[in-house]
Write a protein that binds this ligand. Structure first.
Ligand code: DSN
Length: 435
């Protein structure tokens, strides 16, 4: 690849670091990125990230800062908030969370007291660490009662979740996913939360781009609080936001003496609750990304993500692979390796695919028969390849090559041939060709 124009100063000053940038640029351009939580931001977002706004401290909120000199940070944060509100139809938005886990942490601290009971999707069923895993703050400080997908269908069974909620009476129900390839029924979650008098907290980190584009139902009209990372299907910088209703519909029940409304409570639990100064260059990049997501072209992009995921799933199934739930309705696919005699071999398959320039991640499958470190699944997604302009026909090539690698994961010749095919395919879809 040619020298990178965007890092000329860095190149002159620090060749050691600059050389790693070249290698990463080359890696992404010679391979296909199929990790469903990853994407490629626009050059405008990249520019905002590497900008003058990295320098400022601005504890507090817009027009109520602790330090001086924040008039333009306020302007940037106001733009980000107003675009996020427009994009999701949210009453209140906090754009300061550093990333998804801190955003979720702030919500837990706002809605629950240590020891309070909540329900979240089990990690092996497709939930996230912050949805109640025993090794995470959410499972350590709070009492998590996990719900699971149905053992037979591998779909979420809303009747079963309702029965569990009625029996457990949690203070909060969390709807959200990181490895569930089907749609979430947010209205049904809200009905359950209403029936048991629980808060409904929705984490749409994976599907936010699909939600913003109207390709997936939105929880925003229903849930009390919604968090999302901004870098997955939403295609913004590595960060997060929190959206919520202004008023707390359960205030009388849970905090009758509380002075703050829900929006104030959320803000207070982000700063000063768990964070210091916001990362204003990232706020600027979020503003840019939300602007992009408001364009009609983003709707087409989100639709294509799902079309590509379905096309990829079809090829994998035709190639003899078993997919969790039998397919996908969103951007992600979970391959169940057990029927290929590869129980607990997710790591080996991930490494074989990596050698062939196909980037995926090993993942647990529902009711995992092996372990989280050596799980039996491979998780794939289409946001990043869709950003590169790939469509259904490229998904056919990629899918056929994934099947080849899985079936021949110890055969170096097959892997080398697949790598050649992938490098060739990638040449037609260069990322940041003039970076
Ligand atoms: N690490 C993200 C994912 O891959 O789904 C979730 O935080």
């Amino acid at each position: 690849m040619k020298a990178m124009k965007s890092i000329q100063t860095l190149e002159r000053q620090d060749k050691q670091v600059a050389s790693v940038f070249y290698k990463e640029w080359q890696r992404v351009n010679e391979g296909v990125e199929l990790i469903p939580s990853e994407n490629f931001v626009s050059k405008a977002v990249l520019e905002a990230l590497g900008s003058i706004f990295t320098n400022k401290y601005s504890e507090g909120y817009s027009h109520k800062r602790y330090y001086g000199g924040n008039q333009f940070v306020d302007e940037i944060e106001d733009i980000a908030v107003s675009r996020a509100k427009q994009l999701f139809g949210a009453e209140h938005v906090n754009v300061q969370p550093y990333s998804g886990s801190p955003a979720n942490q702030a919500v837990f601290f706002a809605l629950l007291n240590p020891g309070d009971k909540f329900m979240g999707l089990d990690l092996a069923s497709g939930g996230h660490l912050t949805h109640g895993s025993p090794v995470n703050f959410s499972g350590k400080l709070f009492k998590c009662v996990s719900y699971n997908v149905d053992r037979k269908t591998q779909f979420l069974d809303m009747d079963a979740i309702r029965k569990q909620a009625l029996a457990e009476k949690p203070k909060m129900i969390l709807s959200g996913l990181t490895a569930y390839p089907r749609k979430l029924e947010f209205k049904a979650f809200q009905e359950i939360a209403d029936e048991v008098g629980a808060y409904h907290f929705s984490d749409i980190a994976h599907i936010a781009g699909l939600v913003a584009a109207g390709v997936h139902e939105s929880p925003v009209p229903y849930a009390d609080v919604v968090t999302t990372t901004t870098h997955k299907t939403l295609r913004g910088p590595r960060s997060a936001i929190i959206m919520c209703k202004k008023e707390d519909r359960l205030k009388q029940k849970y905090r009758p003496d509380g002075k703050k409304n829900l929006a104030e409570l959320i803000d207070f639990n982000v700063f000063p609750g768990i964070q210091g100064g916001p990362h204003d260059h990232v706020t600027a990049a979020k503003a840019v990304a939300f602007g992009e997501a408001l364009l009609p072209s983003f709707k087409e992009y989100a639709k294509q993500i799902v079309k590509n995921a379905k096309a990829l799933a079809d090829v994998l199934i035709s190639g003899g692979l078993k997919l969790v739930t039998g397919g996908t309705d969103n951007h992600l696919i979970l391959i169940d390796l057990t029927t290929k005699g590869l129980t607990g071999k997710g790591k080996e398959i991930q490494m074989a695919l990596d050698e062939a320039n196909i980037t995926v991640n090993k993942n647990t499958i529902p009711y995992e028969p092996a372990t989280p470190f050596n799980p039996s699944g491979i998780r794939l997604g289409t946001p990043a390849v869709t950003t590169r302009g790939m469509k259904e026909s490229e998904m056919e090539v990629i899918g056929a090559n994934i099947v080849k690698v899985i079936d021949n994961h110890s055969d170096k010749n097959v892997i080398a041939k697949v790598k050649q095919d992938i490098v060739e395919l990638s040449k037609g879809f260069l990322l940041y060709p003039d970076l």
